[in-house]
Design a protein around this ligand. Structure first.
Ligand code: NDP
Length: 310
């Protein structure tokens, strides 16, 4: 049997993904017709990323699944024309990149690197930073990315608290859930890392009330999604020093408009949604494995819970 696989991602993606996908499908033993243009009624699987021309899934009458190249699925999960299973991306390369980015930015703030890098002003300030074990880091979201980052931060010695929707036990971390868990995670966050998906329940999660629960001068590192934070409340908290710094990789509007106050704010670091990205070689293995599973009648990996939104 040949599986017809439509590659439906934004411009430029085909050139990056075609060869890794063909190799991975071969390795998985899947015979596939892989193309960017197939008659919709013949398509079995859709490899998808935001920016794709495909917005209406109705014509894909025999398609069995949409396989997202992105971990975050907020731009497709509510699509009313999508009535088949949706799998999201969990990719070793993506995870590794996020672990490196989060560790680097947490260490920047923990070690106070800016004091020496940005202010080389001839003044000798011999103050050593505290040890990681004396710095409390909370990670909101303990999924594929959040749990990996939290584990690495704990390995570095930080006192790490994690928060997720369901209760969890992860060695080396203090795991919390629920509203009271969130209050505790925020109250004990010298550094807060956001790795939640954007859903109706997480939008504006970090509002003025919750920002006020954090220790004065706490640092926020957000590689999750921009809309997890109420921008106006964050700017106000930064202006008052309640939040000491925010390192933001993701924004409500991307690219972040040039006139947005985040760009010029002395307590904000803007990075352009580069915390991590799906890596074609490793991601292609995940896509191929899911197509193999689909063809073998086995359950797909990393299925999105449409009602939860992630
Ligand atoms: P997962 O789906 O694996 O994990 C999501 C985590 O968030 C889970 O622990 C889940 O809890 C928790 N969660 C979801 N909703 C709630 C809620 N209402 N209350 C408390 N906890 C909640 O996602 P990933 O770890 O793979 O990715 C996380 C996000 O990272 C993506 O959705 C995306 O937005 C972002 N991302 C950013 C990138 C960048 O470059 N900046 C790159 C890739 C992803 P539970 O475990 O109980 O289900």
């Amino acid at each position: 049997m040949t599986a017809n696989v439509l590659f439906a991602a934004g411009a430029g993606q085909w050139a990056i993904y075609e060869a890794p996908l063909r190799r991975a499908l071969d390795r998985a033993g899947v015979t596939a017709r892989l193309a960017t243009d197939l008659p919709p009624e013949e398509v079995d699987y859709i490899v998808y990323a935001p920016g794709s021309a495909v917005q209406d899934f109705t014509p894909f009458r025999r398609a069995r699944a949409v396989l997202s190249l992105w971990a975050g699925v907020e731009r497709i999960v509510g699509n009313q024309t999508l009535c088949i299973p949706l799998a999201r991306m969990v990719d070793d390369g993506l995870t590794q990149g996020m672990v490196e980015w989060v560790s680097g930015h947490v260490l920047r703030h923990h070690l106070g690197m800016d004091a020496h890098i940005l202010h080389q002003d001839g003044v000798w300030r011999p103050e050593a930073p505290p040890l990681a074990r004396d710095r409390r880091v909370s990670v909101l979201g303990l999924g594929a990315l959040g749990a990996a980052c939290a584990r690495m931060l704990a390995t570095l010695g930080f006192a790490v608290t994690g928060w997720s929707r369901g209760a969890k036990e992860i060695a080396g971390l203090r795991c919390l859930s629920g509203d009271e868990g969130l209050r505790q995670a925020l109250a004990q966050a010298d550094i807060l890392v956001l790795l939640l998906p954007l859903t109706p329940r997480t939008e504006n999660l970090l509002d003025a009330t919750r920002l006020a629960l954090m220790p004065h001068g706490a640092v926020i590192v957000n590689p999750g999604r921009g809309a997890l934070i109420d921008d106006a409340a964050l700017l106000d908290a930064l202006d008052r020093g309640q939040i000491g710094h925010a390192t933001l990789d993701v924004f409500r509007t991307e690219p972040l408009p040039p006139e947005h106050p985040f760009w010029a704010h002395p307590r904000v670091t803007v990075t352009p949604h580069i915390a991590s990205e799906t890596r074609p070689e490793t991601a292609a293995e995940v896509i191929a494995e899911n197509i193999r599973r689909g063809e073998a009648g086995e359950p797909l990996l990393h299925l999105v819970d449409r009602s939860a939104g992630y």
